[in-house]
Design a protein around this ligand. Structure first.
Ligand code: PBG
Length: 343
């Protein structure tokens, strides 16, 4: 005897019955779909990464990232003000260091008057309510393009951390809201936290690029900051192996223990399983980076007429939310904000 009270019941359609449970009922119209939607993308979830160059009135397109430009500070300020007017809460800053200022130790990273610090001061004075998340790593400043100090072909960990600490301090002095170490040296979060606190920057937050993988998807970014041409070899001795996922949890656990306020997974789409594990395991503010190569793929396919950029972008970003992200860094942030506003 079939028990009618037991759900779900699946009567035989062949016998002339009807499926009692029809999941399509809730999909039948837009107002119901809105009502039952489990996840939502909001402008509040977006961080817009931007590239800054020296000079005035500079606006340089990046071939592998259509729609993205390097801007000088004077043009960046109004662009950021516009992003803020759209409701975007944070920008992530990436400076392009002129080749003559690069050296093997990335010394320019600790110069309180470097391009990054001047950008922070300009934005904080002219668009004070835009959050500033500042990348901490040596690759935009080193003549070899690595994120650390190199000796005899090896990336030195502890010596690099000392330079990263100085870099974080000058960014905090300049007024940034969040420092975001993306270098993957061991122990840097704790060292940076201690130094920030000792210098009166207790409120400056740390967003740790905790699970950052040695990825092929950073290619266009290296063109954007002009570090790629310099890079010899790869970053596999410090960035994570794409084969690993338990190790990501250990990285995140350590960074939290050392004082991270937010954690990041990077790249994004190929690593959404990591986002889900991290969010479930730690319940931390969790960000992911929809990186340059992912953005380039979307742009390239839509330029060929193979994808609808607007739809594919929003679907991608919603996927990040569904995987457990609280926020996403994306070069499509301004596009997404406009689309969300249009509704
Ligand atoms: C620097 C850094 C990189 C990215 C962000 N910070 C490049 C790298 O690690 O080689 C990549 C971001 C992107 O591809 O959009 N440490």
């Amino acid at each position: 005897m079939p028990d009618d009270r037991r759900l779900p019941t699946l009567p035989s359609l062949a016998g002339g019955g009807f499926p009692r449970t029809r999941l399509r009922r809730n999909r039948a119209d837009a107002f119901t779909r809105r009502l039952v939607a489990e996840n939502r993308l909001s402008v509040d979830d977006l961080v817009w990464p931007v590239f800054v160059v020296e000079g005035e009135n500079q606006r340089q397109p990046i071939a592998s990232m259509p729609g993205v430009e390097r801007m000088s500070i004077d043009l960046l300020v109004p662009a950021v003000a516009e992003a803020q007017a759209l409701g975007i809460p944070y920008v992530a800053l990436f400076p392009v260091t002129p080749a003559e200022k690069k050296d093997p130790e990335g010394t320019e990273s600790g110069n309180p008057d470097n391009l990054m610090c001047r950008t922070i001061r300009a934005l904080k004075s002219q668009v004070p309510d835009m959050g500033l998340l500042c990348d901490v790593a040596l690759d935009p400043y080193t003549s070899h393009g690595h994120d650390g100090i190199v000796r005899d072909g090896r990336i030195l960990n502890d010596e690099t951390v000392e330079v990263l600490v100085r870099q974080s301090l000058v960014q905090a002095e300049a007024g940034c809201d969040v420092v975001a170490p993306s270098d993957m040296m061991d122990g840097r979060i704790g060292a940076i936290r201690d130094a920030l606190d000792a210098h009166g920057h207790q409120t400056v937050r740390i967003c740790a690029y905790a699970a950052k993988y040695a990825s092929a998807f950073y290619g266009p970014f290296r063109e954007a900051v002009q570090s790629g041409g310099f890079l010899k070899g790869d970053k596999k001795t410090y960035q994570m192996d794409p084969a690993n996922s338990d190790e990501a949890l250990r990285e995140v656990a350590l960074d939290i223990q050392e004082g991270a306020d937010m954690v990041m997974v990077k790249p994004g789409l190929p690593y959404l399983d990591i986002v889900r594990r991290v969010k479930d395991a730690f319940a931390m503010p969790t960000l992911a980076y929809h990186v340059s190569g992912e953005y380039a793929m979307l742009r390239a396919a839509s330029a060929n007429g193979w994808l609808d950029y607007d739809k594919a972008l929003l679907e991608t970003l919603l996927g990040f939310k569904r995987a457990g992200c609280d926020a996403v860094l994306t070069y499509g942030a301004v596009d997404a904000a406009r689309l969300l506003k249009k509704g």
